[in-house]
Ligand binder design. Structure first.
Ligand code: FE2
Ligand code: FE2
Length: 138
């Protein structure tokens, strides 16, 4: 799932770890509170990470920044919807659905959408130059 941009890959790695923690809570049949806390952590990390990506898009002058930011809003809404629905869950099988839905919405965002800016980033060396210059002065 690498986009070939070290800071973002590190972000995605942590993000996947949090999703795995959430899934583990379901598989190990932890209490609802524990599962809920982990799902909340996934949501908070997604919001933080999306904001970070959108900041980079500005710096790169990424032409599809607005479209991508809208996709982020859709993902956050989907996670909120899953969380809302999960409040009514009583059975393990229902949590299994939430697990699959969360994985699907978040992982497919990285695979489908993030890969598009990765492609843009790598095809425009002046963009990566802009990022490296920024790093040096930061
Ligand atoms: Fe991302
Ligand atoms: Fe993204």
């Amino acid at each position: 799932m690498s986009v070939g941009i070290p800071d973002i890959d590190a972000d995605h790695k942590r993000f996947i770890c949090l999703i795995n923690d959430f899934i583990r809570a379901i598989v190990e049949r932890m209490g609802l509170l524990e599962i809920g806390i982990r799902l909340q952590l996934v949501l908070e990390d997604a919001e933080r990470h999306f904001a970070q990506e959108e900041k980079l898009f500005k710096k790169w002058q990424y032409p599809h920044a607005l479209r991508h930011a809208n996709k982020h809003r859709e993902v956050i809404k989907a996670v909120h919807d899953i969380m809302e629905e999960a409040k009514t869950y009583n059975f393990d099988s229902e949590w299994k659905n939430a697990e699959l839905a969360i994985k699907d919405v978040l992982v497919s965002h990285v695979m489908d959408e993030d890969m598009k800016y990765a492609d843009f980033f790598h095809r425009h060396p002046e963009v990566s130059g802009r990022v490296h210059r920024h790093r040096k002065t930061a």
